[in-house]
Write a protein that binds this ligand. Structure first.
Ligand code: PLP
Length: 390
């Protein structure tokens, strides 16, 4: 008798799996891991006042199970977070999850029957593709234009192919683009006029530089839109595992929300101490905090852009948000093979484009120390330059 399930046979997760390969090459000097979007691991420490908010919450005794939907005080603070950004979202439309990761999984189960379709960006954030396979939801893909924005015609054709919902990742991982308002409006029109659901993954919201953040729910609070967000990236606390889903006040969401709430109940609660720290935390998301954080990311994004585009073997688009660069390989080699060469020969760990559904690219994370970043880029260029004459 086979003891294991076959459900996961087709599931891969390159961002982490590449580490298994890298471990074989751990040498005296450590490898540089530019594969996981965790700024803390790259040396961008969590701010002291952020940690203090959690310590205070723990000391106050917030160590019980919170309500499944989320602690009232936390839902209220998220409602205020949106109000500060010009949106009217009542707290009963906010559900707190164990990271955006859990919200995504629960949305798949709440929305889709087997063989229904979801429109995903390509490149995608790998979790969406993996869950589509796991839950037998059929992905149809839309593409990006040369500048790294979703191609609206491609979005329309994905919708025509019968997608019940579409995922927008804005600001985008892995590309680092942030959607201009006119483009967001065009996509919203295309999706909503088809009767489909727009799932807007905004985990990098507020983490923009040089391009304003445009929220999908802004001016559309009553629409068939679900926004996802959380504190992992903005506050550099990915280990706290707090995220949320906000449902637009559209009557057709009634049963989707009922399903979502059932799933919330089945897992009891997301981490209580950190939920109770949220009001304090969101208050700390001040202009100064954001300015300091974005100054570093903006500076690093320019280092990446200038260095990578200084060689003809590699190229990258302008980056406006978050801390990822999706780098094009201007020669023919499988991205997995190049990523393995980079580990073997240069000690740099990145993620192959195929992990995001796109061959001919690899992704780096550029949060963190300027010197490490510059020297890692030199090594990447050195390895890529071996292909100059090919
Ligand atoms: N969505 C996107 C687009 C991400 O890039 C990530 C993490 O890298 C997540 C969701 C997961 O977020 P969380 O830490 O809230 O689960």
């Amino acid at each position: 008798m086979r003891l294991h399930s076959r459900r996961l046979d087709s599931i891969t997760y390159s961002i982490r799996e590449i580490e298994d390969f890298a471990r074989n090459y751990e040498r005296k000097e450590k490898l540089t891991y530019l594969n996981i979007g965790d700024p803390v691991k790259l040396g961008m420490k969590t701010a002291n006042h952020v940690v203090d908010a959690a310590v205070m919450s723990l000391k106050r005794g917030n160590n019980f199970y919170a309500k499944s939907d989320g602690a009232d005080i936390a839902r209220e603070s998220i409602s205020n977070f949106y109000a500060d950004r010009g949106m009217h979202i009542s707290k009963d439309r906010v559900y707190i999850t164990t990271g955006v990761t859990e919200a995504i999984r629960m949305l798949y189960l709440s929305i889709f029957n087997r063989n229904e379709r979801i429109a995903l960006p390509r490149p995608y954030y790998p979790l969406y593709n993996a869950l589509s396979l796991l839950y037998n939801v059929k992905p149809v893909y839309y593409n990006f234009d040369e500048e790294g924005y979703p191609d609206v015609n491609s979005v329309r054709s994905a919708l025509k192919r019968g997608a019940k919902a579409i995922v927008l990742i804005n600001p985008n991982n892995p590309i680092g683009s942030s959607l201009p308002l006119s483009m967001l409006d065009e996509i919203k029109d295309a999706v909503l006029s088809k009767g489909a659901i727009l799932i807007s993954d905004e985990i990098y919201s507020d983490m923009t530089y040089g391009q304003k953040m445009n929220y999908a729910l802004a001016g559309s609070e009553d629409e068939r839109i679900i926004a996802l967000n959380g504190i992992s990236k903005l506050f550099r606390v990915p280990g706290w595992r707090i995220g949320w889903a906000v449902f637009g006040r559209h009557p057709s969401f009634k049963n989707v929300i009922a399903n979502f709430r059932k799933l919330l109940m089945l897992r009891l609660s997301s981490p209580t101490p950190f939920q109770y720290a949220l009001p304090q935390l969101l208050k700390l998301c001040t202009k100064t905090y954001l300015r300091d954080y974005m100054t570093v990311l903006n500076r690093n994004s320019k280092i990446v852009y200038d260095k990578i585009n200084s060689t003809d073997v590699l190229s990258v688009n302008k980056i406006h948000a978050a801390y990822y660069a999706f780098i094009r390989m201007n020669w023919k080699q499988k991205s997995v093979s190049f990523v393995k060469d980079l580990i073997r020969n240069q000690g740099i760990v990145t993620v192959p484009g195929t992990g995001f559904g796109k061959e001919g690219y690899f992704r780096i994370v550029f949060a963190g120390n300027r010197r490490t970043l510059s020297s890692s880029l030199e090594l990447i260029i050195e390895e890529a330059s071996k292909h100059r004459s090919v």
